[in-house]
Design a protein around this ligand. Structure first.
Ligand code: SF4
Length: 290
């Protein structure tokens, strides 16, 4: 927001998603209790930083022992506001840049704190470099929060909107849902976005074009069933669907929603294979039982 204001624009904030931090006594608190044992704590978003700081405060643990890495300036600000010295911020704000530029030696213990919708690319890349990685969810994302309906209504009646800026695929789906709930045509606004998943989400959900969206759940399910290794590129996963399925936006929309449902309900970090409808698909046995 401040960067847009600095550029002379007049941004209006309409949160299309809401953040829910992980509750006490889960994996996040357990990781916070072990902070002193990590060589690096790697934070991939400002909300991830807030999540680990809340957990550390909750269980009264010291923050100073590990070295801290931040994906970008907003995350860094949250950490530095709490007096944490950030030892590394990569040259580009991306998980891959972090994975490449983090000074790691084999056997280093690293804690990665991320949101539930972010993929596991960073942890996978760090493990490939020999690190021992705990990949922990710090917060979860809920789309189209009820309280944003009034904000969207006010923004739409306030004058013409030159563009909608999206920061993730979930913000696209969230705004489309808010627009539908308020009968506001958000689909006609020019869209600006970050990254291929967000761009494809706009094309599928907003423009209703037949473009398949790949997210962390899709990659996780397909890689666990041996379709493609997780570290393959966004485009490799994307082409898998685009080359095999008829060009049909409604089909892609439903297909993607099924991946999201399986990912949220069963194919979690600790998979619930025994009760999952995909158990046995491609002959892959369960990874673990419920
Ligand atoms: S069977 Fe297991 S690995 Fe496969 S999608 Fe379900 S939870 Fe994931």
């Amino acid at each position: 927001m401040s960067a847009l204001r600095d550029a002379g624009l007049d941004p209006i904030e309409v949160p299309a998603i809401a953040i829910e931090f992980e509750p006490p006594r889960g994996d996040l608190d357990a990781a916070a209790g072990l902070l002193h044992t990590y060589r690096w704590v790697v934070i991939t978003s400002a909300n991830g930083a807030r999540a680990i700081l809340k957990a550390a405060e909750r269980i009264l643990t010291e923050l100073g022992a590990p070295s801290w890495a931040s994906i970008g300036p907003a995350t860094r600000r949250v950490l530095e506001d709490e007096g944490i010295e950030v030892a590394l911020q990569p040259s580009q704000s991306s998980g891959i840049a972090l994975a490449v530029e983090l000074p790691v030696v084999a056997g280093d213990r690293i804690l990665v704190v991320r949101g539930d919708l972010a993929d596991e690319e960073l942890a996978v890349a760090l493990r490939a470099r020999g690190a021992e990685v705990d990949d922990v969810i710090g917060y979860r994302t809920r789309e189209a929060p009820e309280r944003s309906r009034a904000l969207l209504r006010a923004a739409a009646t306030d004058g013409a909107i030159a563009a909608a800026v999206f920061t993730s695929g979930s913000t696209v789906r969230g705004l489309v849902s808010l627009g539908r709930a308020e009968s506001i045509d958000v689909l006609s606004m020019p869209a600006v976005c970050i990254g291929p998943e967000t761009a494809d989400s706009i094309l599928l959900y907003a423009a209703e074009k037949p473009i398949f969206v790949i997210d962390a759940y899709t990659k996780r399910i397909l890689s666990r069933h041996g379709v493609l290794p997780y570290e393959k590129s966004y485009d490799d996963f994307h082409q898998l669907f685009m080359k095999r399925l008829p060009a049909n936006a409604s089909l892609y929309n439903q297909y993607h929603a099924l991946f999201v449902n399986i990912g949220k309900d069963f194919c979690r970090k600790r998979p619930l294979c025994a009760s999952c409808p995909l158990n046995g698909w491609r002959g892959v046995p369960p990874l673990c039982s419920d």
